[in-house]
Design a protein around this ligand. Sequence first.
Ligand code: SAH
Ligand code: SF4
Length: 349
Amino acid sequence: MNKQIYDFDFPELSARVNSWGVPKYRAQQVWDGLYKNLWLAPEEFTNLSKELRGKMGELVEFNVLKPVDYRESKDGETLKTLFELHDGQHIETVLMKYDTEGRQPRRTVCISTQVGCGMGCTFCATGQMGFKRQLSSGEIVAQVIYFARKLQDAGETLTNVVVMGMGEPLHNYAATMEAIDRLNNPDGFAFGARRFTISTVGLVPLIKRFADEKRQVNLAISLHAAEDELRSSMLPINEKYPISNLLEVCRYYVEQTHRRITFEWALIEGVNDTPEQAHILARRVKGLLCHVNAIPLNPTQGFNGKGTGSERAKIFKETLEQAGVTCTIRAHRGIDIQAGCGQLASREK
Ligand code: SAH
Ligand code: SF4
């Protein structure tokens, strides 16, 4: 198979385009077409000769993502697309629109980094699929460009990227960071590092590496429980990296970057949503620059647990805040279109 277009960084793209015996500035035109104009197919590169467009289409693969299913939530605020990859595997990407009066509209795309996931979290539809394969950096980049272009065509602008779709991004570290760097390139798509958020299940050595690289990308940790026994029963990786190690590396991250860390908490009724759990959590993160994002569990077929209702969620939040930890309760998006992590792609199987 030809190399896929979004897998090239600029030096590689230049070398490739120059190898076709065209003037040097052509490579810049191709790059600008891809990352400034968001052109998706060779035909759109009208500043190139017909011959060069043909050659480009023949020698490089532009069809990285083939949309095969598309769902929009009833309120129109969540759009989910199921993509088929070159080898017939499927991933999903979700666009979320947030319009609050008096604020800039937010357009956030939630991207995948793997087909399936090997971390086996019991409540997660992607985890229930198991690990299939890593995505290339280009397959990650392509998801962002696809939606950026869709928004551009509608006169809107992408504002945020969250790496919270299928897969564990730190288990595909190199490709994920290459993708972010390619999208961040100031002479290209120029998407600011602070507009990305990576969510991880808590791979301690890689969080350490991420902290040492002092990236400006936001970091979210899927904590979900503040005691090892409970956390291990939900997130098997906790056996390897227990909460004390995880919180230690979180403290290191904050020291290195001076950035606030987010803890994610899927509220499961009667399991991790009690005031007692809130107290334990508050005690363990004391003094750490952090914020808790709690989301009622999105039901999945393979897990027998119920999302917490709004009354209990409110008590959880208040208990945390009284103990000095800020907390936001988020509504989960797009339940009517299976927009939870991995839910559409796993149904496809
Ligand atoms: N693998 C990474 C990122 C993808 S999952 C991680 O685990 O952080 C993105 C977020 O969705 C994680 O916080 C994950 O725990 C959460 N999640 C997965 N399944 C969920 C469900 N059924 N309901 C609510 N949140 C869920
Ligand atoms: Fe993988 Fe994240 Fe799902 Fe766990 S929650 S199985 S790490 S995608």
